[in-house]
Design a protein around this ligand. Sequence first.
Ligand code: ZN
Length: 353
Amino acid sequence: MKAQVLHSYDPEMKQDVWVKEEEVPNPKLEKASDVIVKIGAAGVCRTDLHVIEGEWRHIQDPDDKLLPCVMGHENAGWIEEVGSDVEGFKKGDSVILHPIISGTNGTCLSCRKGLDTHAENGIFPGLNVKEGGYSELLKTSVRNLIKIPNTLTPKDVAPFSDAGLTAYRVAKKATRHLLPGENCVVIGAGGLGHIAIQCLKAMCAANIIIVEKSETALKHAMPLGGDHGVLIDGNEVERVMELTKGLGAEAVIDMVGEKGSTSMGLSMTKNTGSYYIVGYGEDIKIKSVDMIISERNIIGNLIGTWSELYELMELANKDLVRLSMQEYKLSEANKALHDLNNGLVKGRAVLVP
Ligand code: ZN
């Protein structure tokens, strides 16, 4: 099969070619619970850029053995082949893949609690193993599959399996406490942000304030559920304070997490409110005394559970959450990655084999 293979890290992010199209062996069923999926679309994620620049290297590749590897952790497609224990799925079914494969076949305590994201020895295709979705076929486990509603195709939903799922999970956490009349700031209205805004809109009646540095992205995101749009121009904290009666927002969801956005986000968080960190790159700095006096919460967010992916599919099926997408052929993986790196992708890029 064809795959786009990453051979070396590029800390400077200056190379013209990051991945190469190559012929690699087809995946084979090994466990009876294995399923081979014919990729219909693979999302191109900012995490892939972080992989290329080596930011994940100390975590996913401490022994320097990962490369060459195939990226792509946001995958959907059609079932090609199922292992002997697989029930309820057959060749041709269209499915989305929960991204983390349990290392215990779902029998460890985390998995029993539904937290496969914290599974023992979990693997993350496209991130910490050699196989990923920038290819024609991918092996997963039956435990990871969710059937795609008839109203949608793999290409409509692939990035939901990570970007969408992360956005959904954080929006769901915030909507558990956000009441009508309260405020929720979303920093960054790109790939994750534009999905979170729709999830918030679908699940609560709080005011949604979108804070974004690109005028185009802000314009694109406002009709998805924004009540107020604030451009990052140096006065954004003052603007949010004006909109929240000088108090800040009950929830701030930070999709950026770098270049100063964490201190900006914390400044926008009301006393007793919650700052949800999703994007990453810089350290969060806050004096412990400030944390105590303000009683603010800082909450980390990692993807979401299988059942949350199911819930998100239901929102998509009702057309309450729709993905803005830019389509590239698998052979154009380099262009998609560079476009993303250069801020030229509207919504989410997907690779279609
Ligand atoms: Zn991703």
